[in-house]
Design a protein around this ligand. Structure first.
Ligand code: ATP
Length: 401
């Protein structure tokens, strides 16, 4: 129906980029990107009306998102030409053809398009050798100034190479080295680097990508004093194991996966260097809190736990309950003592879910007056529960009385 609506409006319609790439690689498809040779917003409006969808439009960019009743989304863009007045600045955007739209993309493997109009439905368009590079398992840029134009593509090249197990082509690899030598990151916004880094850290196993980044000296882009030592890699490996364990058990419990890897990468840096890295990357305040204050708090707590021989189950509970998933996982990766690791794991898998049956109204019924005594009693009930002393609601009420 997309192609049919396009035809009625006189527009050529294509599905492009990651969708086609992932289709050919038989990988799971997450996004559908449509490019319209014509007015993408007009198309989205007409299509949404016919199909009973909602839309969000972005006039400035000529783009829209079509949202189906079941929340499934399709991104629509008007074919556009982007050019850069100065290196690493944001591009100027103009309307154009599918060929020019594809030519502005980062790598050949992302330049495939499939026609959706009924006359040539399913015809694949490959202007830049994408099929060859998919077969050769190679990441290649479309032109030689690609990384100078937009240095974030360096991180993207590494991300795709790691994700698909592709090599970075020789010329492309040299272009990366040249771009780094001429300090192309100088004018680049920190937030854009941060966004690409996060995407790398969100991959299933980012460690090979981190090694590739280091082989190009990219850690120095974050900070001249950032060095990844064997201990850092050991910790990253340990994070990887813990996150795989966690994600298998708690698939739909969301947490910032990227942050756990980032915390591990910063583990050996001084506070000052971490602060400067956050400033360079324009890390938003809340996320700065994760990487700096909260991370230090988690490390300090873990030290206290590890250096005390008398930490009880209850004490561990009341300490860990203040930390969100990302810090608990980070602590599990950091901890050296296997017994403590087990105890933290037990906290995460069992204890944190333990809640007392009794509520404030049960205490009222016992004739108690509301106040601090309520939370003190509830805390004691919980401690006894953690100890396995209380099983039923009745036992809890008796205990409270
Ligand atoms: P992912 O599976 O990681 O989402 P994707 O290929 O869908 O990969 P997006 O980041 O969603 O990537 O970008 C969509 C398309 O936009 C890509 O196929 C790519 O061609 C293009 N693109 C994204 N970022 C850049 C960039 N910095 N320079 C050029 N093209 C880019």
């Amino acid at each position: 129906n997309i192609g049919k609506t396009g035809n009625e409006l006189g527009f050529n319609m294509f599905v492009v980029g990651g969708f086609v790439r992932d289709l050919l690689l038989s990988r799971q498809i997450d996004d559908i990107d449509i490019v319209v040779e014509g007015d993408g917003i007009e198309f989205a409006k007409t299509y949404a009306k016919k199909e009973g969808c909602r839309i969000n439009t972005y006039k400035k960019f000529g783009t829209a998102v079509i949202i189906y009743p079941d929340n499934f989304k399709i991104d629509v863009a008007s074919a556009r030409l982007e050019y850069y007045k100065t290196p690493a600045a944001l591009p100027i955007v103009e309307k154009s053809s599918i060929k020019l739209d594809l030519a502005r993309r980062d790598f050949t493997i992302n330049t495939l398009a499939i026609s959706l109009n009924p006359d040539n439905f399913g015809t694949m368009i490959d202007y830049f050798g994408a099929n060859r590079d998919l077969k050769d398992k190679t990441i290649r840029t479309i032109h030689n100034l690609s990384f100078v134009e937009d240095p974030t593509r360096i991180f993207r090249a590494i991300k795709f190479s790691n994700r698909f197990g592709f090599k970075i082509g020789k010329v492309t690899s040299n272009l990366i080295k040249n771009a780094i030598t001429i300090d192309c990151f100088k004018n680049l916004s920190g937030l854009r680097v941060l966004s690409e880094l996060k995407q790398i850290f969100e991959e299933e196993n980012p460690i090979p990508a981190i090694k590739t980044m280091e082989s190009y000296g990219l850690e120095k882009v974050l900070h001249k004093d950032l060095t990844l030592i064997p201990n850092t890699y050991q910790l990253l490996e340990s994070v990887n194991k813990i996150l795989s364990w966690h994600d298998l058990l708690y698939m739909d419990e969301p947490y910032p996966r990227w942050a756990v890897y980032f915390m591990a990468m910063l583990n050996r840096c001084s506070y000052k260097v971490c602060e400067q890295i956050c400033t360079r990357l324009n890390v938003p305040l809340r996320e700065r809190g994760i990487l700096l204050e909260k991370r230090y708090k988690a490390e300090k707590q873990l030290n206290l736990i590890e250096s005390s021989s008398t930490y009880t189950k209850q004490e561990l509970y009341w300490t860990l309950i203040n930390f969100k998933t990302e810090y608990i996982l980070y602590m599990m990766a950091l901890v050296k003592d296997e017994e403590i690791k087990k105890a933290i794991s037990n906290f995460y898998t069992h204890q944190r879910g333990i809640k007392p049956y009794i509520k404030g109204r049960d205490l009222l019924k016992l004739g108690l007056k509301p106040g601090p005594v309520f939370s003190a009693i509830i805390k004691q009930v919980l401690n006894a529960k953690l100890d396995g002393q209380l099983k039923t609601r009745k036992e809890e009420i008796q205990f409270a009385a």
